[in-house]
Design a protein around this ligand. Sequence first.
Ligand code: ADP
Ligand code: MG
Length: 455
Amino acid sequence: MKLDVDVLRYLSKDDFRVLTAVEMGMRNHEIVPSDLIGRIASLKHGGTYKVLKNLLKHKLVHHDSSKYDGFRLTYLGYDFLAIKTMVNRGVFTAVGRQIGVGKESDIFEVSNEDGTVMAMKLHRLGRTSFRAVKSKRDYLRHRSSFNWLYLSRLAALKEFAFMKALEEHGFPVPNAVDCNRHCVVMSLIQGYPLVQVKQLLNPETVFETIIGLVVRLAEHGLIHCDFNEFNIMIDDDEKVTMIDFPQMVSVSHRNAQMYFDRDIECIFKFFGKRFNLSFEECSDDIDDDESSRPSFSSITKTAGFLDKELAASGFTRKDEDDIQKFIEGDVEEDDVSDDEHDSELCQTNIKGFDSLHLDQEESTSRCNEEGQVVEILQSPEVGQSGDPESQNLSSNEGDENDDTELVKSLAKQRRRAMAAARKGHHKNSTSRNSYKDKGGKSSNNSKIQKQLASW
Ligand code: ADP
Ligand code: MG
């Protein structure tokens, strides 16, 4: 499936209105009935069906008439909604090349008006194990219609919250700029994943820094759980930055010790193999073992240390429970064959995002023109911040008090986002990340240059 990225430039207000209506409908429906989409979108002159046909043509929605006539969002449709929100908030104005592709995410360069280049991570939980998402419906229960949207949004929110909290405690992490739906914008790290580095001037120092980070994380009550050469970035001065936080757990997790040891083991193994570092051999004597590797039990841990910061970013304990259940369940089912894969979700191909330029001013003014209704429509994150089911369609459709609250909360959220975006503006004129990451696609044209004519 090849995406024509130009589509994004020519999507009209009505297109986005209907796309957002589909998203809202998905809080209660796996497949949103066409007439419900029409009612939510309530376009002035009708015509929702025509718009849906256009969205379908560009693969932003998926049509399903097996039980009744309806539609659901594709990842691509969700991407467009998140990107539009970010552009409206002034976080970035252009999307550039893809710089990374993880198991369940895609990472792109984005840039804002003053040329600051940042990284945008689009979470795609369920892409590689859609079946696992489906089979976790017992815990998602009534939220089943929300599975991948909900989980990807949670992953993004968790990543954003942890990144912010870690940054505030002086950990070397990207600067968390903003978060919407399944999308996190952060500063671009000028470096390379450690896995691509063949030589280091001071491998021992880097090794010690990295092991020190695992220990310091534990002292702060946290375990990364995926601390390996793919999630450690290193720059030309051999400065280390850690990334990728959706799977982090607390030191009070029942498997904390195992996760901690696994993180430590990954680093020891990698440095032993790649940089020929030799470590004290473990003998049968337990004391010797403990002197060669940091031991979880001897670290003074402060569980709950970051709780305040995490809560401030809107990430709740319930969110943590939900995502943790999925991650742990997903690990168990990793080897399940993917014959139930939703091919469309798997194939979301945003290669064409290259060189897309979004006109922020245009989009902002359009957003203002849209008025209150569209603001509500554009902000499912308000409904999503807690239990998505608590935002049912009837309240979205009619309750004016709720609307006022939503608009207020939206305005507050936007102000916060703008402040965060401004704070996170680092001038990075060029990117050195011209590598292919884990099969990631680099574009021929790394400049972000085209202008989005109408948004
Ligand atoms: P996943 O969760 O899918 O593994 P990661 O957050 O680890 O995603 O990102 C995948 C790759 O994208 C990384 O290995 C790195 O190469 C690149 N990447 C991620 N975040 C950044 C960033 N802030 N700056 C530069 N490159 C990044
Ligand atoms: Mg990773």
